[in-house]
Design a protein around this ligand. Structure first.
Ligand code: C2E
Ligand code: CA
Length: 712
């Protein structure tokens, strides 16, 4: 086949790819040369078979030039196969034929699906312009198809958004009639989509349709006129049954050619309101006990203060801290702890009046505000009732839990003018109650003032006190019936650079809280033993004189005290026979088994144990028999021996102490009468201001040197 190619064309290049199918290589070459400048890509194959297999793999062609006369599959057969396959069906094909413009063939070609013929010899200009026209058409068609697809997808996406939006979307025409409503709007208002459409929007905005006539005066119609937006919160929409739903609503207007209208978008706020309310409860209430939290407590306290000022009525705050709550959590687990806290909250509330404001302000801390306009509020009685409420053991999962509380009481405005000041004062008083042995209440007292300082500063300074040598000791002798010093009690002091000398009760509770009690206890050991050894070296005291140290409950945990005693022996080479450890009854009762074990260990090392403050607590006889005690220090509460009852008590304690081979130390001896009484009854040892107040080491030195002078 000869391809006659003449001339060249000035047609612009077009996008699009052309496939040329011709069995003759020279034709392929010539056609490619002619067409390449006018399209993106020209691909050539030399048989119908190859064309079909290429098209099935890759159908990105915009136009095919197909030779009619080919060996194997001819042009007609190739085209009719192409038209059967969906992938190739729509590609335009131009036949190239040397067969004369015989009508029979022309018809056959068009029937098979060719779009045009180019006859050989090829007229390049004619071919290029035909190719150009078909490429144009093919490309436009592809673009249109693409656009159509895109707009179908866009439409689908819009529909999906409208269908799945949780917000109600309603379109109205300029007269306020609904032309479209999405499923959410129908759902929210209990209509089906079709029945909501065509309704007037005022049917949804007002149950009695009374607004309908006023649409043109409505703000929505106005917004359409002015192309503006409206936003409204807490609007009522009415459901099909007439009940109202509260929604947040926005209205946007549009002008599309002559068409005007607006879109209402609304959201049901009922659920959100519920969530907001729940969040508010969560932020202001304790989820465990449902009591208000500290934040709300303080807010309420501030309001109570204003009321107390305005109406001049009385105002009390009580801070209730559970004793050793951590033990319940550690031993019985957190669920038991939670259950206990819930039950404690209920019992505390049962004591108060409806007007009293209870809150849980810390993990094991509750607080109450008592406002009283009758001026006969008996704070002690109420505090006692609160303590009493805890007496019956609590149960969890058939386990019994015992718990007590320490209560701090403060009265407005004596010890604080603001909520924070009052809470701090109540906290100090509560610490006092703890220090006094727990399960009791204490009123705030000016002696606690240092604890009112900024607590953070106080804690920080207390830590520094150890390194700054501000921790010191005073000493108080204990004498026998002949008034010879047989023991010296060591009492700690903090020489605060600003506040002056602080007593242990003013800082020990904080030391306990910040876990400093062991370091502090050890420092007291070091200071006093060093001092004691210096007295012995100077010959001021015989080594029979013992040093008595006070212990806090915390020093028993993890057997810290055993370690400290061993450490002190190593550091100072002190004979442990010279050491007496004073233990409070409340410490022993904390965990009888553990403390008893520790005390036996200490005893076996040579240390003597003295039971401090006996009689103030449980006065358990069983304790006396089971523990390795040497001395009992009777609490000061019995030292008013002018009272007959106290005389009887002292005599009987003395009596049974002897049964257990224990010696008695009477403390708080403040008068000659007391001192003589003790001597008469035969109480072995005495201590108190009458004999000697606690004093600095230099004064003890003087006292001891006077004694040695008189005896030598
Ligand atoms: P405590 O051991 O029950 O009693 C000693 C307290 O009674 C001392 O108060 C002392 O000054 C006071 N006192 C002594 N004689 C009389 C008297 O005739 N009349 C009156 N009214 N009081 C008298 P202080 O020094 O304020 O100690 C208070 C508590 O602090 C002590 O009570 C003790 O439990 C504790 N404590 C003192 N030093 C230490 C220490 O180094 N470590 C520990 N853990 N606790 C200590
Ligand atoms: Ca003591």
């Amino acid at each position: 086949m000869n391809t006659h190619i003449s001339g060249n064309s000035a047609l612009p290049m077009q996008s699009g790819n052309i496939l040329i199918v011709d069995d003759r290589k020279e034709n392929l070459f010539a056609l490619k040369e002619l067409l390449s400048p006018h399209c993106e890509e020209v691909t050539c194959v030399d048989s119908g078979n190859e064309a079909l297999s290429l098209l099935l793999k890759d159908n990105h062609f915009s136009l095919i030039l197909l030779d009619v006369q080919m060996p194997g599959l001819d042009g007609f057969e190739t085209l009719s196969l192409m038209r059967k396959h969906p992938k190739t069906r729509d590609i335009p094909v131009i036949f190239i034929t040397a067969i004369h413009k015989d009508e029979k063939y022309l018809h056959l070609g068009y029937e098979t699906g060719a779009v045009d013929y180019i006859c050989k010899p090829i007229d390049p200009v004619l071919m290029q312009s035909k190719v150009s026209v078909f490429l144009d058409m093919a490309i436009n068609k592809q673009k249109l198809e693409g656009d159509l697809q895109q707009s179908i997808e866009l439409e689908k996406a819009k529909q999906t958004i409208l269908d799945h939006s949780s917000e109600g979307i309603v379109n109205v025409d300029e007269f306020g009639f609904i032309t479209f409503a999405n499923p959410a709007s129908a759902r929210l208002l209990d209509y089906d989509e079709e029945s909501i459409e065509k309704k007037h929007i005022f049917k949804l905005l007002s149950p009695d349709l009374s607004f309908i006539g006023n649409w043109q005066q409505s703000s929505y119609a106005n917004a359409i006129k002015e192309s503006s937006h409206i936003k409204e919160n807490n609007v009522h929409l009415y459901k099909r049954d007439g009940s109202a739903v509260t929604v947040d609503l926005s209205f946007g207007s549009y002008h599309k050619g002559k068409e005007k209208g607006g879109v209402f978008v609304f959201q049901d706020t009922t659920e959100r309101k519920k969530e907001e309310e729940a969040l508010l409860v969560l932020a202001t209430h304790d989820s465990l006990t449902q009591l208000p939290n500290k934040l709300i407590f303080k807010e309420n306290l501030s309001s109570s203060i204003s009321r107390a000022d305005r109406y001049e009525h009385e105002l009390y705050i009580m801070l209730i801290d559970l004793d050793r709550f951590k033990k319940v959590n550690d031993q019985l687990g957190q669920y038991a702890g939670d259950s206990l806290l819930r039950d404690v909250a209920k019992r505390l509330m049962s004591v108060g009046r409806a007007v009293d404001f209870f809150a849980r302000i810390g993990s094991d801390q509750f607080a109450v505000i008592f406002e009283d306009d009758s001026f006969n509020f008996d704070a002690d009685m109420v505090a006692n009732k609160l303590l009493h409420a805890m007496e019956t053991p609590f149960t969890y999962d058939q386990q019994q839990m015992d718990i007590s509380a320490s209560i701090g009481i403060v009265k407005y405005p004596h010890y604080g003018k603001t909520a924070d000041e009052l809470l701090d004062a109540a906290d100090s008083a509560m610490q006092h109650a703890k220090q006094n042995g727990r399960n009791q209440f204490a009123h705030f007292n000016t002696k606690d003032q240092p604890l009112m300082m900024d607590k953070i500063d106080f804690e920080y300074n207390l830590r520094l006190a150890l390194t700054n040598n501000e921790i010191t000791c005073v000493y108080q002798p204990i004498v026998d019936t002949d008034l010879n010093t047989v023991m010296i009690e060591v009492l700690v002091r903090w020489e605060h650079p600003v506040l002056g000398v602080l007593s242990p009760e003013q800082f020990l509770p904080i030391a306990q809280e910040i876990d400093l009690i062991n370091d502090l206890g050890y420092r007291v050991f070091q200071l006093a033993i060093e001092q004691y050894q210096s007295w012995c070296k100077q010959g001021l005291c015989s080594e029979d004189v013992k040093l008595c140290f006070n212990l806090s409950t915390e020093q028993f945990f993890r057997k810290m005290i055993v370690n400290d005693v061993l450490r002190i022996r190593e550091e100072f080479g002190v004979d442990l026979q010279q050491i007496v450890l004073e233990v409070k009854e409340t410490t022993l009762l904390e965990d009888v088994e553990m403390t008893s074990q520790v005390l036996h260990e200490l005893k076996s090392m040579g240390v003597s144990i003295s039971l401090d403050g006996y009689g103030a607590g449980f006065s358990s006889l069983k304790l006396l028999s089971n523990l390795p005690l040497s001395y009992i220090k009777i609490d000061r509460m019995f030292n008013d021996v002018e009272k007959g009852v106290n005389q009887k008590i002292l005599k009987s304690i003395h009596h049974f102490a002897h049964l257990f081979s224990l010696e008695i130390i009477m403390v708080g001896v403040e008068t000659l009468y007391q001192q003589q009484f003790m001597q008469e009854v035969g109480i072995e040892y005495q201590q108190g201001f009458w004999i000697q107040e606690p004093v600095a080491s230099s004064e003890i030195e003087q006292m001891l040197s006077l004694k040695t002078d008189t005896t030598s």
